[in-house]
Design a protein around this ligand. Sequence first.
Ligand SMILES: Nc1ncnc2c1ncn2[C@@H]1O[C@H](COP(=O)(O)OP(=O)(O)OP(=O)(O)O)[C@@H](O)[C@H]1O
Ligand SMILES: [Mg+2]
Length: 151
Amino acid sequence: MERTLCLIKPDAVQRGLMGAVVSRVERKGLQIVGLRMLKASRELAAIHYAEHQGKAFYPKLIDYITSGPIVALCVQGHRAVSVLRAIVGKTDPAEAVSGTIRGDFGMCKGRNVIHASDSVDAAKREIELYFGQDELIDFDWTIYEWVYRED
Ligand SMILES: Nc1ncnc2c1ncn2[C@@H]1O[C@H](COP(=O)(O)OP(=O)(O)OP(=O)(O)O)[C@@H](O)[C@H]1O
Ligand SMILES: [Mg+2]
């Protein structure tokens, strides 16, 4: 079982897409084990996106992610990291295929609706940035056997 971090970015919150995004995640068969609304500080944004420091788009990225409230979700499932990336779609929503979240809800990289961790290691680091241990709930998921079947 893997956990990954999803952020509903400020554009999606402002556009009233929180429910639609959460619904896509749930419908896929991923379990939400943590959920929190916050306004990211520039310090938090800088730690989260440290790998992009020095790139041309970095200042705009920090402005974007700190421009309004976001929603952090900790999402759990088998291969959750790659599965969430797949339903999120390509970084540029203009190129993301229809049926993905970015493909259906966005138009450009600077307003791309959602973040998803890109590796198991990144997920672990990012989840710890947004959630304390007591904010993640390890609950019995009653639909588990209707989502997964070992074969
Ligand atoms: N060329 C660019 N111009 C403007 N913004 C960009 C550009 N490249 C990336 N970004 C922004 O920086 C974020 C981080 O870029 P990254 O390469 O990690 O893409 P990603 O992994 O698909 O996105 P995220 O990390 O937010 O899930 C992108 O989601 C996007 O908001
Ligand atoms: Mg990334």
